[in-house]
Design a protein around this ligand. Structure first.
Ligand code: ATP
Ligand code: MG
Length: 456
């Protein structure tokens, strides 16, 4: 069978063969090419040792400790890796060492799933010792070899199984799934970074609830995110027979489906994670179904989870704030000033994501029309205020601390900050005040000169 491979990749394979080495396109890119999908990256496996690979390609970039040489060819960077078997796994996490081998078949045997354990070369076509093509056709994720053993070697493979199944829309073959159930506990030893990588791919999937439900049913979620697993035991008040976990998944799916066009990949991920975790504070606040202050408990919990998975601080903060702020209750009698104060509290930049979250939350709890209208009405009023008003943080005032100091002839100090706070409060009440002239006049009114020496 012919596989369409880009010419730069073909060149890498050809040059290795020309130097009397074996060379195959291998792994995930064969899987994707067979499915008719352009692979994200192309990997080449060879019997040549790293030094030999580097002799063939003068423009090779570096090698890592697993013996991968990155070759630049045209616009591409292609990873060329010596056939290897993984030597020993003492901690279910990563091989302690790599051992090279001269056998392609041995290299394929150490790969995780049959669909990822195929190779291709112009002469031999598809090399498929474990039935990867059949599994691809039947849409099945099946471990290569003894599943228990493979998961004991590297517990990440259990998360990868779920990730591939969820993202590709495949099922996990029953014996492989059973082995995950038996070994789920081993996921406890995984590093946060590796968990994060897989969770991001699962959450970014087309229907992300599928992967999360699988994680839970296979016992993995209880190990990596017990806070979320507990939501399965907490009834959700609004929809009879729905628990908080199912509500969270419905919210996540709605968030994934309703992302406005033009949203950046990062904002999209932030929204999805906020949707998944927005009610994670509910199990701890379940008290007659009121979940009093669950948004604050949830904020703390989501922080713990995302830090554990080594998300960067800015992203953790953003998601935690969305969880904290998701419980606003709009009343049609809010004044314009109240709407502006709401915008200030949430922060101008966070407003669109918070509304998207709340909309997804409504969809996820089967909210009826009036709740949707109310949310929409607030959204329109917020847009109106954003157009009209000109200051949602102190930085937006027409004057700054220097202006105040000069105008009042006072030195830097807490009084300057107090005056700016006061000016900002007034501007929130009346945006027309936000001109240099009026603010400086106001500054003189609100300035409290320090008390003189006590005359008594
Ligand atoms: P993606 O589309 O996400 O890149 P991929 O299959 O290319 O999927 P990679 O993580 O890039 O996945 O790994 C490339 C190949 O290396 C896999 O197809 C698989 O053959 C092998 N592999 C990766 N991680 C493991 C692992 N933990 N255990 C065994 N084999 C692995
Ligand atoms: Mg890959």
């Amino acid at each position: 069978m012919e596989l369409h491979i880009p010419s730069d990749v073909a060149t890498v394979v050809e040059r290795l063969r020309h130097a009397e080495h074996e060379a195959y396109v291998v792994g995930g890119c064969v899987r994707d090419a067979l499915r008719g999908i352009e692979p994200a990256d192309w990997d080449v496996a060879t019997d040549a040792r790293p030094e030999e690979i580097q002799k063939v390609f003068r423009r090779s970039l570096y090698t890592n400790r697993f013996g991968t040489v990155v070759v630049r060819m045209g616009e591409r960077e292609i990873e060329v890796t010596t056939y290897r078997i993984e030597a020993e796994y003492s901690d279910h996490r990563r091989p302690d060492a790599v051992a090279f081998t001269r056998s392609l078949e041995e290299d394929l045997a150490r790969r995780d799933f049959t669909i990822n354990a195929m190779a291709w070369s112009p002469e031999r076509g598809v090399v498929d010792p474990f039935g990867g093509r059949r599994d691809l056709e039947e849409r099945v994720v099946r471990a290569v070899g003894d599943a228990d053993e493979r998961f004991r070697e590297d517990a990440l493979r259990m998360l990868r199984a779920v990730r591939f199944a969820a993202v590709l829309g495949f099922t996990i073959e029953p014996a492989t799934a059973e082995a995950i159930r038996r070994n789920a506990e081993l996921a406890r030893s995984l590093s946060g970074e590796r968990i994060q990588q897989e969770m991001v791919k699962i959450v970014r999937g087309p229907v992300p609830s599928v992967g999360l439900r699988m994680l839970s049913n296979l016992g993995l979620l209880a190990v990596i995110a017990p806070e979320l697993e507990r939501c399965r035991e907490t009834p959700q008040e609004k929809v009879a027979a729905q628990d908080v976990f199912e509500h969270s998944l419905a919210t996540l799916d709605a968030a994934a489906a309703e992302m406005p066009p033009g949203t950046s990949a990062e904002d999209d991920l932030v929204l999805r994670l906020a949707a998944l975790f927005h009610d994670v504070g509910k199990p701890d606040t379940f008290d007659d179904g009121h979940f009093h202050q669950h948004e604050f408990v949830g904020e703390a919990k989501v922080r713990q989870i995302l830090r554990r998975w080594r998300f960067d601080k800015a992203m953790v903060d953003e998601i935690a704030r969305l969880v904290r702020d998701h419980m606003f209750w709009y009343q049609p009698d809010w004044t314009s000033s109240a709407v502006r104060r709401f915008i200030r509290k949430v922060g101008l930049e966070q407003i669109p994501t918070l509304f998207a979250l709340r909309k997804a939350d409504n969809v996820g709890s089967g909210a009826r029309a009036p709740r949707m209208y109310a949310l929409n009405e607030l959204w329109l009023r917020v847009q109106e205020e954003i157009q009209r008003a000109n200051a949602f943080s102190k930085r937006d005032l027409a004057v700054d601390g220097n202006d105040v100091m000069t105008a009042l002839g006072i030195a830097a100090g807490p009084e300057v900050g107090r005056i700016l706070d006061e000016l900002f409060e007034r501007v929130l009440d009346d945006p027309d005040l936000n001109t240099r002239e009026r603010l400086l006049e106001l500054a003189r009114d609100v300035h409290r000169p320090p008390a003189g020496p006590d005359p008594g």
